[in-house]
Ligand binder design. Structure first.
Ligand SMILES: [Zn+2]
Length: 146
């Protein structure tokens, strides 16, 4: 369980992150409003406009995603569940929460998750390794071809 002061620290970090996100969002908004005012001048060619537009959308998606994560974590904080791993139910340390305030997994689950992702990636890359590929090379002097 986190103490009240630990909770307060994490709340501060999360709310600070939210404010920063909101500011970035406003910048993007005023940028796109300026952009709209420029429509009609046809000084920017279409592909450029499309590029700007899709960059804005990507930015917006990422903000929404992060906002959602922060809100979820604030709710977990208020309900007292923030230091409980979503996957295994173990305690997430205060130090870890402070370093990664939106995390919902303990370090063990996080690492396992990453290992699984790496394993999936490797399996996809090439099935040529059937375990004894190394043995075939042995003894025949394969390295001295001259
Ligand atoms: Zn866990």
């Amino acid at each position: 369980m986190l103490t009240e002061s630990e909770k307060a620290q994490i709340r501060e970090v999360l709310q600070g992150a939210k404010k920063r996100l909101a500011r970035t969002g406003q910048d993007a908004l005023s940028y796109s409003m300026n952009h709209e005012r420029n429509i009609g001048r046809d000084s920017i060619d279409e592909s450029m406009e499309e590029e700007i537009f899709s960059t804005e959308m990507r930015l917006h998606d990422r903000e929404k995603y992060l906002f959602g994560k922060i809100d979820k974590q604030l709710a977990r904080l208020e309900s007292g569940a923030i230091d409980t791993c979503e996957s295994c139910g173990e305690v997430i340390s205060f130090k870890r929460l402070l370093a990664r305030p939106v995390t919902t997994l303990c370090i063990d689950c996080k690492e396992q998750h990453e290992r699984e992702e790496a394993a999936v990636e490797q399996a996809g890359r090439g099935g040529a390794l059937d375990g004894n590929a190394g043995e075939e090379m042995g003894g025949a002097g394969a390295t001295s071809e001259e």
